[in-house]
Design a protein around this ligand. Structure first.
Ligand code: NAD
Length: 257
């Protein structure tokens, strides 16, 4: 039977890439995120090309009731959530003393707290079925820091703590939970922070790419969305059943330094 996969923040970038990878395996998908309605519908429809069904849910990851409804809708539509991918995320780049308070709250809500809400809603079904996979898209910034990203780094470090704690709770229920820690991937999230980083550091936008983003990425290459998606597919496979409570860095050697 086709598995059901919920991917938060999957109208763009890494989340959409992960949704496409699971769809290619015939999974049913629940996609989520913001964007133009016609674009979302085109992406949703394309996810059905391999035999699975795909629905879109508009839950705002800052709103606990909407997040609960996302998981409930997935369960009602497809009978279960087999794989939960917590991927929605935003970024804001600013010195800490100028960091807007509302941006801090929003980043913690979307990049950290929303995963608590999806997990608490999906876990009862997973425990009852004694099966489930939870994958948190964290970041190399869950392992190391960069300046001007205090909220993002705090949220991403937090998600690793959540991953470890929940792994211990679920270990005897056939449910695994892990984090993927990508380095820089050229998605809209990264493109958007280039001008602000250039401003904060007083350098050109090209220098942001070469001297900031790829400086520590030892391969000197951006990570590809497909490479992150392939790791999610592996973590959701039977071969990964003893992998839980850990993180996999896909960062071109960044955090080896
Ligand atoms: P992106 O901007 O392309 O996609 C972000 C997705 O989250 C979009 O679908 C957006 O609509 C959704 N989203 C934003 N706010 C939301 C909200 N309130 N409610 C619901 N959905 C919301 O970014 P991306 O680069 O694909 O990022 C995806 C994840 O990967 C994030 O958690 C990010 O921190 C992480 N990540 C990205 C990189 C990178 O270099 N791009 C590196 C490491 C980790």
């Amino acid at each position: 039977m086709a598995r059901t996969v919920v991917v938060t923040g999957s109208t763009s970038g890494i989340g959409l890439g992960i949704a496409r990878a699971f769809a290619a395996e015939g999974a049913n998908l629940v996609i989520n995120g913001f964007g133009p309605a016609d674009e979302i519908e085109a992406n949703r429809a394309a996810l059905e090309a391999h035999g699975g069904k795909a629905i879109y849910h508009s839950a705002d990851m800052t709103k606990p009731a909407e997040i609960a409804d996302l998981i409930a809708t997935a369960e009602q539509t497809f009978g279960a959530v087999d794989v939960l991918i917590n991927n929605a995320g935003i970024q804001h780049v600013s010195p800490v003393e100028e960091f807007p308070i509302d941006k801090w709250d929003q980043i913690i809500a979307i990049n950290l707290t929303s995963s608590f809400h999806t997990i608490r809603a999906a876990v009862p079904g997973m425990k009852a079925r004694k099966a489930g996979r939870i994958i948190n898209v964290a970041s190399a910034h869950a392992l190391v820091a960069s300046p001007y990203k205090s909220a993002y780094v705090a949220a991403k470090h937090g998600i690793l703590g959540l991953t470890k704690s929940v792994a211990l709770e679920l270990a005897e229920f056939g449910v695994t939970i892990n984090a993927i820690c990508p380095g820089y991937v050229l998605t809209p999230l990264v493109e958007k922070q280039i001008p602000d980083t250039a401003k904060a550091r007083g350098i050109s936008e090209e220098q942001v790419k070469t001297d900031v983003m790829l400086r520590l990425q030892a391969t000197k290459e951006f990570v590809a969305i497909d490479e992150v998606a392939a790791t999610a597919i592996f973590l959701a496979s039977d071969a990964a059943r003893q992998i839980t409570g850990t993180s996999i860095a896909i960062d071109g050697g960044w955090t080896a330094q």
